[in-house]
Design a protein around this ligand. Structure first.
Ligand SMILES: NC(=O)c1ccc[n+]([C@@H]2O[C@H](COP(=O)([O-])OP(=O)(O)OC[C@H]3O[C@@H](n4cnc5c(N)ncnc54)[C@H](OP(=O)(O)O)[C@@H]3O)[C@@H](O)[C@H]2O)c1
Length: 289
């Protein structure tokens, strides 16, 4: 079992930390808002570090799960930053959803400490982590990924190695563009059926059980049917961030993404209307009016 530093104990980082602890790994936690890490330490028996550098020092693996590109860049740099604490042979698993260019830009900083950087963004949400069924989309050195596999396997069912550093981040944006298209399609079609007089649960059952059915429909069932009482798994603010990243990548490589463009406009409207902290399925609540 490895000593694993978990940097960022938000929804995903915390859920992954619980699975790592359950598998017997020794944990060190760091979070910008310390109280969040302290609470998690109570549940997992982990130690809490005062800085990202302290968390990384002595760890064999560092798992990072932060909100966005700015949070990631801030957390790696500086005398108290993650990179400053790294030693030779450490593997850094960058699991935040960020631009491929951002993770590639961090490679020299990590490499000069003799450590290896992998991009390992994840597909699936909190309940999927809790079941140990996450999908990891990895880019970077295969040997470093093999060293990290026992830790990743504590919360993941599939680990896809997609190519050099940045390939995981690229695929994460590609797969999220599919997820957000499904989310918007289900939100619109559910509200269409309801407004036309069909019972919400009956309509949802048809989506889930018909040729349109996808695993997303099963695990978002409670969120769509009981939006007021189902815990938030993934916020619309993060969806808005991802749709911007998808748009930027599409322009860089010259890919046409009409659905993502429509999604960006609707999600921006939802965030402006105060839905930023709500689950992505709350698009249906917005559309219900
Ligand atoms: N939730 C999901 O279903 C899901 C699924 C796949 C991928 N992801 C991705 O995983 C990442 C984390 O998502 P999440 O849902 O766990 O988000 P979250 O619950 O909002 O947690 C965000 C984390 O980022 C930290 N953070 C934010 N801004 C920061 C800054 N400027 N400097 C340092 N730390 C900062 C937060 O620290 P504080 O506690 O101090 O605010 C917190 O630890 C995101 O990139 C997201 O897109 C999420």
């Amino acid at each position: 079992m490895a000593t694993v530093a978990v940097v960022g104990t938000g929804r995903m980082g915390a859920a992954m930390a619980v699975r790592l602890a359950g598998a017997g790994h020794e944990l060190v936690l760091f979070n910008r808002t310390r109280s969040r890490a302290d609470e998690l330490a109570g549940q997992t028996g982990a130690r809490v570090a005062g800085t990202a550098a302290e968390a990384a020092g002595g760890a064999e693996l560092v798992l990072v799960s932060l909100a966005d590109d700015a949070a990631v860049s801030e957390t790696y740099h500086g005398p108290d930053g993650l990179a400053a604490g790294l030693g030779p042979g450490v593997v850094v698993l960058e699991s935040s959803t960020i631009a491929p260019a951002t993770v590639r830009a961090l490679a020299p900083l990590v490499g000069e400490r003799g450590a290896a950087l992998l991009d390992t963004p994840v597909s699936g949400s909190v309940p999927v982590v809790q079941r140990g069924e996450l999908t990891v989309l990895a880019g970077g050195d295969a040997a470093a990924l093999a060293r990290a596999r026992p830790a990743l396997d504590s919360f993941a069912r599939h680990v896809f190695h997609l190519g050099p550093l940045g390939a995981g981040a690229t695929m994460k944006l590609a797969v999220n563009s599919v997820v957000y298209a499904i989310n918007q399609a289900v939100s619109e079609a559910l509200v269409l059926a309801e407004k036309a007089g069909v019972d919400r649960a009956a309509a949802y059952q048809v989506f889930a059980g018909s040729v349109a059915g996808a695993p997303f429909l099963d695990y978002k069932r409670d969120a769509f049917l009981e939006p007021a009482t189902t815990p938030v798994a993934f916020t619309l603010a993060l969806v808005a961030k991802d749709l911007e990243l998808i748009g930027e990548l599409a322009s860089q490589v010259g890919a046409r993404m009409d659905l993502a463009g429509a999604g960006r406009a609707l999600v921006a409207e939802a965030v402006a209307a105060g839905y930023g902290d709500r689950d992505l399925s709350a698009l249906a609540v917005l559309l219900r009016g």
